[in-house]
Design a protein around this ligand. Structure first.
Ligand SMILES: [Zn+2]
Length: 246
């Protein structure tokens, strides 16, 4: 058996048998993996606090023929603040569930892991509204996955000067010369458009450095709702619970 060290964040855990857990981790080196945490439900196990959702750190594992077994973990951030903030925690669970759905094994998921980490940091920062964090996360996740809408020029002709509407179905801005068959066109506030341009083009480290007016927040909410319907089209359990709490 091979021993390897992987850096990542725990997305979910599931009890197995009486004392064990199966853990899904988004790793820098190997994308999304599933690992076995033997004995981690025993109260005296060194893994008891380590293999929980949100835990970020390095995991030493044995790599078997078809599965990984976690031997030890060195957690650098537990995001423990979320334990006393139920709403924040459910936003966090939604981001984890989204990442789990959106990522693959042996795929390069370094950008997604970085996004997840910075998003959790934003979530424990009381100065950034949770709703804004959600929209920024969703739009950047689409962008990282190559599905971000075109917010810099007309999707059809590339024009940057004519007035344009935003169409989720067309995948971005459509100018006044090209908009004949657009049925879901929205006229966006300039600040909303600028926010979307910033989210798509900014580095992940600088994503959570701005806030918006209520009007822009509502527009972002409507746009992201439509984009999620078209590109992701999945009901997330954690989001359903979150919506009952808000
Ligand atoms: Zn055009």
């Amino acid at each position: 058996m091979n021993q390897i060290v992987l850096t990542g964040m725990v997305l979910s855990t599931m009890p197995v048998g009486e004392y064990d857990r199966r853990v899904v981790i988004l790793t820098k080196e190997q994308g999304k993996i599933s690992a076995f945490a033997k004995g981690s439900r025993r109260p005296n196990s060194p893994l008891v606090g380590a293999v929980n959702p949100f835990s970020f750190g390095t995991f030493t594992m044995y790599e078997g023929r078809s599965s990984y077994t976690i031997q030890s973990a060195d957690i650098s951030n537990y995001f423990a603040e979320l334990r006393s903030d139920m709403i924040g925690a459910y936003y966090g669970f939604y981001f984890l569930e989204f990442a789990d759905y959106y990522t693959k094994e042996f795929n390069d998921e370094r950008e997604m892991l970085k996004l997840l980490y910075q998003t959790m940091r934003a979530l424990i920062n009381p100065h950034i509204p949770n709703r804004l964090i959600r929209y920024i996360f969703e739009l950047k996740a689409l962008t990282v996955n190559g599905q971000g809408p075109q917010v810099f020029q007309c999707v059809t002709c590339g024009n940057k000067d004519r007035p344009a509407v935003f169409s989720a179905a067309k995948g971005g801005l459509v100018c006044s010369e090209c908009d004949r068959d657009v049925i879901d066109g929205m006229i966006l506030d300039n600040s909303t458009l600028y926010s979307m341009q910033y989210i798509e083009s900014s580095s992940i480290e600088k994503l959570y450095t701005f806030t918006v007016t209520d009007k822009v927040m509502d527009e972002l909410g409507r746009i992201m709702g439509r984009l999620m319907e078209i590109y992701v089209n999945k009901r997330f359990k954690s989001l359903e619970i979150l919506e009952t709490l808000l």
